[in-house]
Design a protein around this ligand. Structure first.
Ligand code: PMP
Length: 362
């Protein structure tokens, strides 16, 4: 079996044990004579999987009882619209902190729904290389909520400390750094994350939302977009992507069997340290644009002296069995996506390759 080292930004690498379990159970799920995909979403066999996936997320993140955990569709992009549709009533305004392309997209979409303000942006010279300091935030104390993106997947900019918004509800797009470590859910009113980076396949967005916010949300929007409708139905208002939920269950089992989120965090920190140390040592060849305190643990971006060399690195890496290193088409360069399922050993192989590449081409 020839598995490549997969550095794709999402959909991304999944833990081998989660895939193998799916393979073993594919034709006959737990003696039922059919695949989990063929089960009714309302039957007891699928219901057990669904509830186990939710319970595991709750357990791993110690999510308090006054929060719902929902599995929704439409990607994180749908949340760009659902957040203001539910939480931004007429006559109110919401604040957005922009640290990259995704936050900007969320802001632009919210404009289609209601009144929004930019509380801070770090866009300088058409790019983003840092998160703002707390003191730079121009927060509206009356805002309906403050939205930010904890990790910008394209620009490789990540918040280490979450912004402090006082009493104003904090909403976070955690798509590309959800569950890379444990964090205090209580800091947030709502968190959303597309599954396809750290916790499963594409097609599912996890939403963690405080119950009182859902109760106070707007009811004059289509039912399918109301958090309350999905919460009342345990995310089974309509047919969910059952196989994706099953895969999330398998990935959560892998996290638990690996030692939980403290072990996952230790691996992620070690992987990021190995790559950034290499970039810093060879800074005459590799150029990492993001300021040190805002460097992403998940998506590591850098440039080479020329675009030709970048293309060569991608091609040579592919020959060596490493794929997915091309930067996003909007920014170019190289991007290493190092999500939970990428092993420390995989990163060591990549760093060895990068050192050899610099020696041969520098
Ligand atoms: N937010 C972030 C931080 C992302 O990385 C992405 C996808 N790469 C999105 C939102 C959009 O997600 P989706 O394609 O699932 O709508």
């Amino acid at each position: 079996m020839a598995r490549v080292l997969n550095f794709n930004p999402g959909p991304a690498a999944l833990p081998i044990s989660a895939l193998e379990r799916a393979q073993q159970e594919l034709l006959d799920f737990q003696g039922t004579g059919m695949s989990v995909m063929e089960h009714s979403h309302r039957g007891k066999d699928f219901e057990a999987v669904h509830n186990e996936a939710i319970a595991s997320i709750r357990e791993l993140l110690s999510i308090p009882d006054d929060y719902h955990v929902l599995f929704l569709q439409g990607g994180a992009s749908q949340q760009f619209a659902m957040v203001p549709m539910n939480l931004l009533p007429p006559g109110r305004s919401a604040d957005y902190i922009l640290t990259g392309a995704w936050g900007k997209k969320a802001y632009e979409e919210a404009k289609n729904v209601g009144t929004v303000r930019v509380a801070a942006t770090t866009e300088e010279n058409k790019t983003y290389v840092r998160v703002p300091a707390q003191g730079e935030l121009k927060l509206d104390p009356e805002a309906a909520y403050v939205h930010f993106t904890s990790n910008e997947t394209i620009h490789g900019v990540q918040f280490d400390q979450f912004p402090d918004t006082g009493k104003v509800p904090l909403v976070c797009d955690m798509s590309s750094d959800f569950m890379w470590r444990k964090f205090d859910v209580r800091r947030f009113a709502l968190i959303y994350a597309g599954a396809q980076k750290n916790i499963g396949p594409s097609g599912i967005t996890v939403v963690i939302v405080r119950k009182d916010l859902v109760e106070g949300a707007r009811k004059d929007i289509p039912k399918i977009f109301r958090y309350g409708v999905h919460a009342e139905n345990n995310s089974l208002y309509n047919t969910p992507p059952t196989f994706g939920i099953y895969m999330i269950r398998n990935v959560m089992t892998w996290i638990k069997e690996s030692g939980g989120l403290s072990q996952i965090e230790a691996w992620n920190r070690e992987k990021a340290r190995l790559v950034y140390d290499c970039l810093d040592e060879l800074s005459g060849f590799y150029r990492a644009p993001v300021q040190k305190q805002s460097r992403s643990v998940m998506n590591i971006v850098f440039r080479l002296p020329t675009e030709d060399l970048e293309a060569k690195l991608i091609a040579d890496a592919k020959k060596a069995g490493m794929v997915g290193l091309k930067g996003h088409r909007s920014v170019g360069g190289i991007r290493i996506s190092s999500y939970n399922a990428m092993s420390v050993d995989g990163i060591k192989q990549l760093v060895g390759f990068m050192k050899d590449f610099a020696k041969a081409n520098g």
